[in-house]
Ligand binder design. Structure first.
Ligand SMILES: Cc1cc2nc3c(=O)[nH]c(=O)nc-3n(C[C@H](O)[C@H](O)[C@H](O)COP(=O)(O)OP(=O)(O)OC[C@H]3O[C@@H](n4cnc5c(N)ncnc54)[C@H](O)[C@@H]3O)c2cc1C
Length: 310
């Protein structure tokens, strides 16, 4: 196993990781950034991004992440295509093991993000970014006056259904059980909303669409018990069945909450261990946006700078 020593190690290459590395490099900290196998993070699986400031027209998620990577390289970040497998945060310098390299660092920024849960259907994958999304805040705007379906029954699904009533002509919430897990106050709002219909006890069998142009036209549902199928015409489908933070490597070494998100001191990116910071979706289950992840990446780098000075 080879050894790589650095002042600051940044783990992850989504908006949080790249912003942290750009700030750390410009502060003269010569950061090493381990990109993970999903270089660029979650925005690599989306198409149009219209809410990242600085661009008058919609930009493509993968293009934005290529630009961030190019900027990081331009300011001298050392990028390593590797995946952290285990960590030792018991004393400084901290140790993080990759596939064949051990990284030894005075400070660590964890920016490993989260993964939206998907249903796992081939047709869902085919139309991802073309009518199928896992983020209503991000993509809801593209469905003005359209019919959309939200899949899920927890708080996120109900929040997204209510949010989508601002854009869509009609919202159908599809849940595989016969009651919601969301808070009662949210449920009341949902049931009383004139634009929302709820379909209980159904699972999505297939997402239907056209190839040219590539777009969603509907979905086939199956009753959970009887197996009876029904077809619905839809323009967009939002999968809202939760997220998994990428914290399996860290959860025995840092404080995490009951959903696995890394706990940070409020208003900072400081974790339970001095010198270990966490930025972006790995610690934020509220906002989950590229710009907030980038903002937290900036905070983490500034906090590392201060920490190393002290
Ligand atoms: C379909 C979809 C559309 C979206 N659209 C928008 C949008 O339009 N606008 C918007 O603002 N937001 C959007 N988002 C949300 C946005 O993508 C996320 O909020 C943002 O990417 C979070 O950034 P992050 O840096 O925290 O983590 P991520 O983007 O999740 O990146 C995590 C990084 O960590 C790496 N990693 C994970 N584990 C390890 C490990 N053990 N070792 C090394 N590296 C590791 C991964 O390879 C990846 O590079 C969308 C999300 C989805 C899923």
């Amino acid at each position: 196993m080879s050894l790589k020593k650095c002042k600051v190690l940044i783990i992850g290459s989504g908006p949080a990781g790249y912003t942290a590395s750009i700030y750390a490099a410009r502060a003269g900290l010569n950061p090493v950034q381990v990109t993970g196998f999903e270089q660029g993070g979650q925005l690599m699986v989306t198409t149009d991004v219209e809410n990242y400031p600085g661009f008058r027209q919609a930009i493509q998620g993968p293009w934005l992440m290529e630009e961030m990577k190019a900027q990081a390289e331009h300011v001298g970040v050392e990028l390593v295509y590797d995946m952290i497998q285990s960590v030792d945060f018991s004393k400084r310098p901290f140790k993080c093991k990759g596939e064949s390299t051990e990284y030894v660092a005075d400070a660590v920024i964890i920016a490993t993000g989260a993964k939206a849960r998907w249903l796992g259907l081939d047709s869902e994958k085919k139309f991802q970014g073309f009518g199928v999304s896992a983020c209503a805040t991000c993509d809801g705007f593209f469905f003005k006056g359209k019919r959309i379906a939200i899949i899920g029954g927890g708080n996120t699904a109900v929040e997204e259904a209510l949010y989508m009533t601002n854009h869509a002509s009609h919202v159908t919430l599809i849940h595989r059980r016969n009651k919601l897990r969301a808070e009662q106050v949210m449920q009341d709002k949902l049931f009383n909303h004139p634009k929302i219909t709820v379909i209980w006890d159904h699972v999505v069998d297939e997402i239907l669409g056209t190839d040219a142009p590539k777009s969603v036209t509907g979905l086939t549902l199956k009753h959970r018990e009887t197996g009876v199928q029904q077809h619905l015409d839809m323009d967009g489908i939002f999968i809202a069945i939760g997220h998994d933070p990428a914290t399996s490597v860290f959860k025995d070494h840092l404080e995490t909450d009951h959903e696995g998100y890394i706990v940070v001191r409020p208003g900072t990116t400081q974790t339970a261990i001095e010198g270990v910071f966490a930025a972006g979706d790995v610690q934020d289950k509220v906002y989950r946006q590229a710009v907030t992840a980038a903002g937290q990446g900036c905070m983490a780098a500034l906090e590392v700078e201060k920490f190393l000075q002290e």
